[in-house]
Design a binder for this molecule. Structure first.
Ligand SMILES: *Cc1c(COP(=O)(O)O)cnc(C)c1O
Length: 370
């Protein structure tokens, strides 16, 4: 595997989604594809099968690809899997959980929210109590890695509680699936959502849902939207194997297959997880040595994206810092936390430990306020 960002790439994206992709992923997009031709449909089928394989799922699960950015796939699940009289419990501790609340509101889906602040984890006792007190709740949804802060929500603790109460469990694993091992079958997750341009390291253009087949089979006629009807999209892909209902992002799909091959070649999700953890370790150690504090406690921190508290020095200015780093070939993320002044650095994508070393050196050299 070539270890470096392309010489012709203007900067490394340390913004998780879209992120830096390999040259070989980018190169696959130089061909045009016919959407109903067998060669193309076989690529789609290979992707659908491969997604189950890399996540350790058998044929009791299925995968559905959906056009649009990741949010479209989240909206597709929320809008397609709750029956008309269903009720959704939303656990949120960040902007992406809050977005699910917005989706439920827009779709006029009955819901209730268990909110925590952005650096706090939900309590399983409280979750248990909420489910006991409100038997109308039929579905529970939580974000795995809250990309707002980088906090990793303990879905392995929530799942048994949700399942004890016999509820359908939905996980937004947009920024973790492919980069952190998740025991989807063991946790009995019914629907788990991610997209092409996160840890699988493809380019943006579609999302995907891994679904327990028997849970998805129940959802015929529930959809509140035509184009985002998850059941219908799945049924079409099954009936005419690999055929999307409407125009699919062909170049993106082709690039995604290459990205999946490269994930497998790297050694699968566990190997990628180790690389991301090493990237993260170098980043945090280096930043701490420079005096930057992390927002989230280490025990709840994901190896995907990290929030750092902005220096309080009166001459510090994020935009100026950002520009200096961009000149050196790194693009970082502003903060998204409501109560704290932060910035974020992602370490996923075609990014390696030596890139993180270079980043830390560049940050040291860019600290104009010191
Ligand atoms: C990236 C992301 C999404 C989807 O965002 P889009 O901009 O629509 O791709 C949803 N949830 C989480 C946790 C994410 O990280």
């Amino acid at each position: 595997m070539e270890q470096h960002q392309a010489a012709d790439n203007h900067y490394l994206l340390l913004t998780p989604g879209p992120l830096t992709t390999s040259d070989t992923v980018k190169q696959t997009m130089l061909k045009d594809w016919c959407t109903w031709d067998n060669d193309y449909k076989e690529i789609v089928q290979e992707i659908r099968q491969s997604l189950l394989q890399i996540t350790g799922l058998d044929q009791t699960y299925t995968s559905v690809l959906m056009q649009g950015s990741g949010t479209f796939s989240v909206e597709s699940v929320i809008g397609s899997v709750l029956p008309p009289d269903g009720k959704l419990l939303i656990l949120t501790n960040g902007a992406y959980g809050d977005r699910i609340v917005k989706i439920a509101t827009h779709l006029r889906i009955d819901h209730t929210v268990y909110q925590r602040t952005e650096n706090e984890i939900h309590s399983t006792e409280q979750l248990d109590l909420l489910l006991q007190e409100d038997p109308a709740i039929s579905h529970v949804v939580v974000v795995h890695c809250e990309t707002t802060t980088g906090i990793l929500n303990p879905i392995e603790q929530f799942a048994p509680v949700v399942k004890q109460h016999g509820k359908t469990f939905i996980v937004d694993a947009m920024s973790s699936l492919g980069g952190i091992p998740i025991d989807i079958k063991g946790l009995q997750i019914d629907f788990i959502i991610s997209s092409a341009n996160k840890c699988i390291q493809g380019v943006p253009g579609f999302g995907f849902v891994l679904a327990k087949k028997e849970a998805l089979e129940e959802c015929k006629t529930y959809a509140r939207s035509l184009s985002l009807d998850l059941y219908d999209q799945w049924a079409a892909m099954e009936q005419d194997p690999g055929k999307w209902r409407y125009t699919s992002p062909t170049h993106v799909v082709r690039a995604f297959r290459q990205a999946l091959w490269e994930l497998i070649e790297e050694g699968g999700i566990e190997a990628r997880y180790q690389r991301y953890k090493e990237n993260h370790r170098i980043l945090v150690q280096g930043m701490n040595a420079l005096g930057f504090q992390c927002l989230v406690d280490e025990e709840n921190q994901s190896p995907i994206i990290t929030s750092f508290v902005n220096p309080s020095a009166s001459v510090y200015n994020f935009q100026q810092f950002y520009n200096l780093l961009k000149e050196k070939g790194f693009v970082i993320y502003p903060g998204k936390v409501s109560y704290a002044d932060t910035f974020r650095i992602g370490n996923i994508g075609h990014v390696f430990p030596e890139d993180m070393e270079r980043l830390v050196s560049s940050i040291r050299a860019s600290m104009f306020w010191k």
